[in-house]
Each structure stands twice: as C-alpha cells, then as structure tokens.
Design a protein around this ligand. Structure first.
Ligand SMILES: [Zn+2]
Length: 338
C-alpha cells in the first residue's frame, strides 16, 4: 500500500506480525539545467552538417610538424679485434705440432668469420682489410695437410703442418708417487683432467682487444722449453706442454693479459694452479704456485698479481709452469709472448 503525503511516501507492508510502514522521500521532477531557448540553439547546431574533410595537403602539413621525436635504431658495431704488429712474426713461422698456424682469409666481411679447427672455434683478428685465423696446432698433430672451415659458408682453408723435432729431457723426482701414481692417485688424476679440460675449453667470447700477445708472467730463466719429450726417473711420460721459468720461491706471478679467472685448484701434477680466460679461446695456465690470491670469476688486468711461485705438484724445484692454450690446444708460449 503506497500513500503519498506531499513530499514523503509511506510504504506499508502487511506481515504476520502486523503492518510495518517506512517513510521514503519523494523526489519531485528536477527543473531542466538548460533553458528551452538554449536547448533549441544546441539542436540547431547539432543539425549543421559536419565540416568537410581537410585537404590532403593540410594533413601532410600536420604530419610534417615534428610532433614525436623518433630515435634512430642503432645496431651495435661488430666486435673486431685488430691483429697487433708484434704478432706479424707468426706469419713467417711454419705450422708445426705445438705451434700456431697463420691463415689469411680472403673474406672481406665487416664481422669476423667463425672459423673452426677440429670443431673448435679459433682466434680471428683483423689485419688490414682481411681476417687472419690463428690456429693452435696440437703437439700430437700429424705432419701433412690440415684444414679449417668457415662455419657460415662451409668453405675450407687448408694449411700444412711440418715436422718439428723436440728435445728430450730427463728429470729426477724425489716423490716416486708423482711418477708412478697409485690407484687412488689415478682416480684423482682422471677427475682433475676433466676439470682442466673444462677450464681450457672455456666459453668462446668475442673481444674487441686482441687476446694476444701475452705478457711473460714472471721474469726469469727459461729452465724447460715447451714440447720436451720427458722422462721422469728414467720413465717416459707425456711431453712438456708449457714453458718453465725458474725463479725463487715466493716470486709474484702476474696475469699475462686481461681476462677472467675460470678456475683455481690444487692438482696432482701441476699443483696449485690458476686458469685465466682471455677471450677468443685463449686460456693461460699458471702451475706449481705456492700461493693463489685470485678466485674464480674474478676479472684481472695485465700484470695483476695472481699468486706466487712455488713447487707444488710434480716439480723438482721452485718454478712457474706457464701454459698457453688456443682453441683448447696447448701451444708454445714463446710464439705468442711479447
Ligand atoms: Zn712445466
């Protein structure tokens, strides 16, 4: 039941408990916000035809105005490392086991081509308008024709590996286990060899600075050259894959080039060792250290102290065993040092 009394509305609902009523205000019709005269005016304006489309010329004039500033899309320049003049001597050295093969590539591309040797990417540096591949040749490489391949074009470039006679060396070691490891030692050696291989095959990273040549990490007498065919206590063992520099115990050892420490450890043969990745597959190894003052992932500069000379591992006296690896291949450090 709805009963209206002027400005209020009374709503009554009959229920079992009786009759309940609520009072609701009545909203009278609101006066129009716009006078009628004005409403007519608006109606008139609404009926006028839409303005004609502006001429195409006007639109062009609008677009010509620099309303939005567009930034040009910049493509990063290719990472190019120039061949330092000190490496030009490599052009005249023939490729030998444990040496470096110089391959001039006829390709004149802006970006360095990816060159593979035995499925491993090699150092490629800019020399004039051409590219030069520097390939580390394994110490056990067969004499004769070898080749690298351009990963993109699949074009092959061949080079000849010539014979090189390495001298023989006899070394006396007091710790006989270092010459004839026991079963437990052999297990350790196998495990360590995997770690060392992983460090030497560090991720191939492009560099805008040539990773070569290298600074000699310690000044001193070269006691054992690279490639010696070695006999320990009269027993033939694997050839020498580094350069030994004999200096007093505790002599500081420095990084041969800028890079990142990829691994440090204490190994059966090379003792306390540091591995540094210099990019483009160039990795250096510093063995028989007495102390190590760097840690993995650390970025080092050329000449930065990384440890001190010792005689840890299989060593007859204090010296630095300096190893240089190109495309995961140990080469003669003398070829690429400054
Ligand atoms: Zn050595």
């Amino acid at each position: 039941m709805n009963i209206s009394f002027g400005k209020v509305f009374i709503i009554c609902v009959a229920t079992l408990a009786g009759v309940s009523c609520t009072v609701a205000p009545v909203h009278p019709p609101q006066p129009s916000a716009v006078p009628i005269e004005r409403q007519e005016k608006i109606t008139k304006i609404d009926q006028t035809p839409l303005p004609s489309k502006p001429s195409p010329l006007a639109e062009i004039t609008e677009i010509d105005k620099p309303l939005i500033q567009y930034k040009p899309v910049l493509t990063p320049p290719p990472i190019v490392a120039l061949l330092p003049t000190s490496l030009l001597s490599l052009r005249h050295t023939s490729a030998v086991p444990g040496g470096v093969a110089w391959i001039t590539l006829p390709k004149q591309s802006a970006t360095p081509p990816k060159i593979l040797y035995q499925k491993r990417q090699v150092v490629v540096l800019r020399h004039g308008k051409k590219w030069v591949a520097l390939v580390g040749v394994p110490l056990n490489a067969k004499v004769g024709s070898h080749s690298v391949i351009d990963q993109e074009t699949r074009k092959r470039y061949s080079f000849k590996v010539k014979y090189k006679k390495y001298k023989t060396q006899h070394v006396r070691i007091k710790n006989k286990r270092k010459v004839n490891p026991n079963r437990k030692d052999l297990q350790r050696i196998r495990h360590e060899q995997k770690q060392i291989q992983a460090a030497l095959s560090s991720y191939w990273q492009a560099t805008s600075n040539s990773p070569l040549p290298l600074m000699q990490p310690v000044k001193g007498r070269f006691s054992s050259p690279f490639g010696l065919r070695r006999y320990f206590n009269g027993q033939r063992r694997s050839p020498h894959k580094g350069l030994d520099i004999a200096v007093p115990l505790g002599t500081p050892v420095v990084a041969a080039a800028p890079g990142k420490v990829v691994r440090t450890g204490h190994y059966f043969f090379t003792g306390k060792t540091v591995f540094i990745d210099h990019g483009q597959s160039v990795v250096t190894l510093y063995g028989h250290l007495n102390t190590i003052v760097v840690s993995p992932e650390q970025i080092v500069k050329t000449g930065q102290i990384i440890g001190t000379v010792g005689k840890t591992g299989r060593a007859s006296g204090p010296h630095l065993h300096w190893g240089v690896s190109l495309n995961n291949t140990m080469i003669d450090p003398m070829l690429v040092k400054q």
